[in-house]
Design a protein around this ligand. Structure first.
Ligand code: ATP
Length: 289
C-alpha cells in the first residue's frame, strides 16, 4: 500500500485530502492505485526500480504528445516525480465500461486521425523510451527500413543473444535484415504511433470515449500499431472497418503485419522467455533465410 508520506505528498499535489486508496490490478510493471479525494478519483502508478523515473517521464511525454495531437483522448497527467525513493505518475482516473461496437468504431476513426497527424520527415522520437520494461531506442532516421532494422530488430536480437535465448547462428546479419525488409516496405510517411497497442493499453470511458494509455510513442509506419493490435486476437471488425475508411488496405499489408509482429514477439521472448521462441524463429526463417 502507499506509504503515509507519499499519500500526503500526492494530497499536496492534488490540493485535497486523500480519503481512501485502493489497489488497481492489471499492470505487471508498476503498482497501481485508485486514489479517492472527497470529490474525485485519481490514478497513480508507483515504482521504485532504478529505471522508474526514466520510464514514467517517457510515459508522461508519450501521453502528452498524443494529447497534443488532439485526435484521441489520453488521461490528463497531474504529477510525475519521486518521493522518499518511490517514483510516481499521477493522472486522471478513467471510469470504464465494456466497449460496444460503436465505441470500437469511434476508436478506429480516432486512431486513424492520430496516424494522420503531421509529424515531419523522420522516423524516431526525441528520446529513447521503453517497450514494457525493456529499453526502446528511437534515434532518428530518414529511411524506414534502416529505422526498423537498427532501432527495432537489431537491439532485440542482440538482447536475445545476451540472454542466451537465441544462438548466434540463428540471428540474421545486419545486411540480410536490411535486404529482407526492403522489398516489403512501400514509400512510408512517418506517423505518430502509440507503439504498444495491445488490448491492455486502451480504455473506453463510461461515456464511450476511447483513451490511449501506457504508450511507447515514436514516429513510424502506422501499420506497426495495427500489427500490434492483431498480435493477440485483434480489436474486432468495427474498429478495423472504421480505420480503413481513412487508410484503405494496401498491397503487402499481410506480409508487413507479420514482419512488424516479429519486433513484438522478440520483445515477448526477451521479457517472458522461451515460449515465444518458436514464433520468433518461424518469422526469422520466413523473412531472412
Ligand atoms: N488513467 C487510468 N484510469 C483508470 N484505470 C487505469 C488508468 N491507467 C491504467 N489503468 C488500469 O490500471 C492497470 C495498470 O495500468 P498499466 O497497464 O498502465 O500499468 P503497468 O504497470 O505499466 O503495466 P503493463 O505495462 O504491464 O500493462 C490496467 O489494468 C489499466 O486498465
Amino acid at each position: 500500500m502507499l506509504s503515509s508520506g507519499l499519500k500526503s505528498h500526492l494530497g499536496q499535489i492534488l490540493e485535497s485530502t486523500i480519503q481512501k486508496v485502493e489497489v488497481v490490478s492489471g499492470g505487471d510493471i508498476s503498482k497501481a492505485y485508485c486514489i479517492y479525494t472527497p470529490t474525485q478519483r485519481f490514478f497513480c502508478k508507483v515504482n521504485n526500480s532504478a529505471f522508474a523515473m526514466e520510464m514514467f517521464i517517457a510515459e508522461k511525454d508519450g501521453i502528452e504528445i498524443i494529447g497534443h495531437s488532439k485526435t484521441i483522448s489520453v488521461p490528463q497527467i497531474l504529477g510525475c516525480g519521486e518521493f522518499e525513493g518511490n517514483c510516481f505518475l499521477l493522472m486522471e482516473f478513467i471510469e470504464t465500461k465494456k466497449p460496444t461496437q460503436k465505441d470500437m468504431e469511434t476508436f478506429g476513426h480516432q486512431l486513424a486521425q492520430m496516424h494522420s497527424f503531421p509529424v515531419g520527415d523522420s522516423f524516431g522520437w526525441k528520446q529513447n523510451n521503453f517497450i514494457g520494461s525493456l529499453p526502446q531506442s528511437n534515434t532518428y532516421h530518414t529511411e524506414w527500413t534502416y529505422f526498423y532494422v537498427h532501432e527495432r530488430l537489431v537491439p532485440q536480437l542482440q538482447m536475445g543473444l545476451d540472454k542466451k535465448l537465441l544462438h548466434f547462428n540463428e540471428v540474421p546479419t545486419e545486411k540480410s535484415l536490411l535486404e529482407g525488409c526492403k522489398g516489403f516496405f512501400p514509400e512510408i510517411i512517418p506517423a505518430l504511433l502509440h507503439g504498444d497497442l495491445w488490448s491492455g493499453n486502451y480504455l473506453i470511458s463510461n461515456e464511450g470515449i476511447p483513451y490511449l494509455i501506457d504508450p511507447a510513442v515514436y514516429y513510424g509506419h502506422a501499420e506497426v500499431d495495427l500489427a500490434m493490435t492483431r498480435l493477440f486476437g485483434g480489436f474486432g471488425t468495427s474498429f478495423y472497418n472504421a480505420y480503413a475508411e481513412h487508410f484503405p488496405i494496401t498491397k503487402g499489408v499481410g506480409e508487413r503485419t507479420d514482419l512488424y509482429q516479429l519486433y513484438y514477439l522478440l520483445v515477448h521472448l526477451n521479457l517472458f522467455g522461451r515460449s515465444y521462441y518458436p514464433s520468433v524463429m518461424r518469422l526469422l526463417r520466413r523473412y531472412f533465410d
